[in-house]
Ligand binder design. Structure first.
Ligand code: ATP
Ligand code: MG
Length: 348
């Protein structure tokens, strides 16, 4: 068995194997606070609305938060910012706990292996990922998992570069961050993050055009393309400008962080890009073009786009957890549990 979990600034997803299929469960990493008195009791009793009641407040969490926010004219809030638990949000921890529990479910057996994604420390801010990583790890251990963090960029390599001996450069363009990892034969040799991603693009484009951020985000997610055909002056024009700026910023930092010594001689490095921010048509081409134009100290064999950019990180966690479980000669706990059950029923 074993599971993978992508703990993202905007989306939390789990992955597990069921027969030949990988099954994903996803929730928005978001919540809204509503006065209990405003709430029709029956709206909440719809059994699948994730919520917690605390005194006279109700917190609706995950995918339903946005619907409830619209109905009650409230703002949604987010437990994470720039890839880690937000220090500005006092309710972050209980909200995340609820979402994580819903997405990942109970372990199938005690100490089931679970790999959860964690960002690399950002090179452009003072933020540290330690507290975030330990907090998420402790929720999962309390639930009965054997939880291990996995670097988000490394997770991309597990998911997308299996056919290349887990060797190459993986880049996850998320909401709060962009994570970069270079690995040889599944060993990370260089990893970093920058505290910029889709949220940054949205905020910049909103500010430049005087448009509410939520509006910008929905324009971007609906039918925005990076084709540079759009009129100057509109939201799409601004999105293109900040997208291009984000790509250059990431490439500049790759150039700074990767030394020639990091690269095996004679190796052409395959690059794979993924994450929600990589979704617009034209993204991968644009990134490849800018990478070619940049003065990077190594040669690249090609840039590919993950087939399912929203699922890469969770899938990579699952691949890592399964291979760890196999190595440990398991699911021992599973096998033991089965043996015990058999022995117990034989005794009856
Ligand atoms: N179709 C789309 N076009 C453009 N952007 C999109 C699209 N779908 C989602 N996004 C953007 O992708 C981002 C979310 O991506 P993702 O789920 O990979 O991030 P995350 O893992 O939650 O964040 P992080 O890794 O930074 O913590 C958001 O900025 C969202 O607006
Ligand atoms: Mg992510």
């Amino acid at each position: 068995m074993a599971k993978g979990l992508d703990v993202g600034t905007m989306n939390i997803l789990s992955a597990q194997q069921e027969g030949n299929e990988t099954v994903f469960v996803q929730q928005r990493n978001s919540f809204v606070e509503i006065e209990y008195s405003d709430m029709a009791e029956q709206m909440l009793s719809r059994s699948d609305v994730l919520h917690i009641r605390k005194d006279d407040k109700v917190y609706v969490v995950g995918d339903d938060a946005l619907n409830f926010a619209n109905i009650f004219n409230k703002e949604t809030r987010r437990p994470m910012k720039h890839g880690i638990l937000s220090s500005d949000e006092k309710s972050a921890i209980p909200m995340m706990k609820l979402i994580v529990e819903q997405v990942v479910g109970s372990p199938n057996y005690p100490n089931e292996k679970l790999y959860f994604s964690s960002p690399a420390d950002p090179i452009d801010s003072e933020l540290s990922t330690l507290y975030h990583e330990k907090t998420i790890g402790s929720f999962l251990d309390d639930m009965g998992y054997d939880a291990q963090p996995i670097n988000e960029g490394m997770s991309v390599i597990y998911s997308e570069l299996a056919d290349n001996d887990f060797t190459g450069l993986g880049i996850s363009f998320g909401a709060g961050m962009t994570n970069v990892c270079l690995a040889y034969y599944a060993v990370p040799v260089m990893k970093f993050s920058v505290a910029r991603g889709g949220d940054w693009v949205d905020e910049q484009a909103a500010q430049a055009t005087g448009t509410p951020v939520d509006k910008v985000t929905s324009i971007k997610e609906e039918d925005f393309e990076l084709d540079f055909q759009t009129d100057v002056g509109g939201v799409e024009g601004a999105l293109s400008i900040y997208y291009e700026n984000l790509l250059d910023y990431v490439i500049e930092n790759i150039t700074k962080e990767i030394d020639e010594e990091d690269i095996e001689e004679g190796l052409d490095v395959p690059v794979v890009v993924t994450g929600g921010t990589s979704m617009p048509d034209g993204f991968t081409k644009l990134f490849e073009r800018h990478l070619e134009e940049a003065n990077i100290p190594f040669s690249i064999s090609g840039v590919t786009h993950a087939e399912e950019p929203m699922y890469s990180v969770a899938r990579g966690g699952l691949v890592a957890a399964r291979s760890d479980e196999d190595e440990a000669g398991t699911g021992d706990d599973q096998a033991e549990a089965d043996d015990e059950a058999e022995a117990a029923s034989a005794e009856d």
